[in-house]
Write a protein that binds this ligand. Structure first.
Ligand code: SAH
Ligand code: SF4
Ligand code: F3S
Length: 440
């Protein structure tokens, strides 16, 4: 039978990118090859994100584009999968522009859903699962450079931060069998990758229990690092309330575990943290940062910040600026609060910070972070780093770029090395985003 073509657009977090790789694998077994050209696709999927309203607005725009494709070529099937499919369910079918709606735990069922679609009979599967981890599925890697691969080690989230939609779209937290993780990491190393990132919404709460014993995230991290000593190992995301001494010490104990921790703070105000249900205080957070710095003075710390959460005062906002300054983050992802229907915050607290105030506070946060990133990079001038080369520099094709263990982007003139090599560099100067280096 002739193989068909599948096109997928991916939105949202790295876990969604990894899910797209799982979908390609499932669909390959059902006779679909990947295409990057929408005009050649028999099936068009958007793997979607609901974390903020603007993420969803973008998808609504894409559905219109897919509808044009359907009009111009009969038989094309359009599916919305992932978090937004899970959140909006049947509502996505109302416009009659979508044939399939499938949630994050329904991907094994996608071939059957595609098969069952006929004019006037769209298909929907948004069942969430307590067990599904796709642990046995070998993802079809879609990264561009063949250097970095991503492995999901858990799914879902049990934290229910009051602003966050993820627990509703991805369901309950479940950890994946460590044997399948180690097997996948071996495959990645054998295929020539040089770096693996272990993914979960809260990797610190990874837990696998079996007759042979219990594996927590620190144990898993060491298993992975020791399975493939030639691979660099990274992970995201750590929840401040759960990041343990054992994990920090495990990181410090292996040279192939990168010294970089993403530790989303969200706010520097205890009142906001309580209202966000983050379940740590400013003091607790700063103590965890101090522990990281004691064990790994060269470890970079990055974060996520939300500006303008419900009832946030000028003082709460100043507390956020001051914790950012106190930690001296190397990098941050910064957002305006976006109310998500159905969350605890949407049900209990008015979204009462005016939009212009949110924007102004976010701009202050961004401006501060630009200065902190620049200061952090300046501190690296004169230091030597081992860089894993990702390819030519985006600005200057005669230069190469790659990341140091602390995840900072380095660029340097080099006609010796190639993509996937390690190079020793010294930092000469910097911008807020890049370390400008020379080979040593
Ligand atoms: N599991 C991770 C975060 C996943 S979502 C953690 O707990 O740290 C990624 C980031 O999006 C969050 O850290 C938060 O900063 C942001 N975010 C989540 N919901 C949001 C909302 N409703 N409005 C604005 N930003 C939000
Ligand atoms: Fe959302 Fe909180 Fe879970 Fe992160 S830990 S995914 S912010 S509920
Ligand atoms: Fe978005 Fe879902 Fe990831 S809401 S951030 S794609 S888990």
């Amino acid at each position: 039978m002739k193989r068909k073509k599948l096109y997928i657009e991916t939105y949202g977090c790295q876990m969604n990118v990894n899910d797209t790789e799982v979908i390609f694998s499932i669909m390959a077994d059902a006779g679909y090859d990947r295409t990057e050209e929408i005009s050649k696709a028999d099936v068009i999927l958007a793997n979607t994100c609901s974390v903020r309203d603007n993420a969803e607005q973008r998808i609504h725009g894409r559905i219109e584009v897919f509808a044009c494709e359907k009009k111009s070529r009969s038989g094309v099937i359009v599916g919305i999968v992932g978090c937004m499919a899970e959140r909006l369910k049947e509502a996505l079918l109302e416009s009659r522009k979508v044939d399939i709606v499938a949630g994050p735990d329904s991907y094994r069922n996608l071939p059957a859903l595609v098969e069952a679609v006929s004019p006037g009979s769209p298909q929907i599967d948004v069942m969430l699962s307590h067990e599904e981890t796709y642990g046995d599925i070998a993802p079809v890697r879609i990264d561009k450079n063949g250097v970095s691969a991503f492995v999901s080690i858990m799914r879902g989230c049990n934290n229910v931060c009051s602003y966050c939609v993820v627990p509703y779209t991805r369901g309950a937290e479940r950890s994946r069998d460590p044997r399948t993780i180690v097997r996948e990491v071996c495959d990645i190393a054998v295929s020539g990758y040089k770096e693996v990132t272990l993914l979960g919404q809260n990797v610190d709460s990874y837990l696998w229990k079996s007759e042979e014993g219990t594996v927590d995230f620190a144990d898993l991290l060491l298993m992975v690092a020791d399975t493939a000593p030639a691979l660099r190992v990274r992970f995201a995301t750590s929840h401040p309330k759960d990041i343990s001494d054992k994990l920090i010490e495990a990181m410090a104990s292996r040279s192939n575990i990168c010294h970089c921790i993403h530790l989303p703070v969200q706010s520097g105000s205890d009142r906001m943290l309580e209202k966000m249900r983050r379940r740590y205080t400013r003091e607790w957070y700063l103590e965890r940062v101090a522990k990281i710095r004691r064990e790994m003075p060269d470890c970079s710390i990055t974060t996520d910040v939300i500006a303008g959460f419900c009832s946030e005062t000028e003082q709460d906002h100043k507390d956020t600026l001051s914790i950012m300054e106190e930690v001296g983050y190397d990098y941050a992802y910064m957002f305006q609060y976006s109310e998500r229907p159905g969350t605890l915050a949407a049900r209990n607290y008015p979204d009462d910070v005016p939009s212009e105030v949110k924007t102004r506070r976010l701009n202050e946060i961004i401006e501060l972070q630009n200065r902190l990133s620049l200061e952090s990079n300046r501190r690296d001038i004169g230091k030597k780093f081992t860089v894993l080369i990702e390819g030519p520099s985006k600005r200057n094709a005669s230069e190469l770029c790659g990341r140091a263990s602390n995840n900072k982007m380095c660029v340097f003139p080099d006609n010796v090395h190639k993509c996937g090599d390690y190079a020793e560099v010294e930092v000469l100067s910097c911008t807020s985003a890049t370390l400008i280096c020379k080979l040593v």
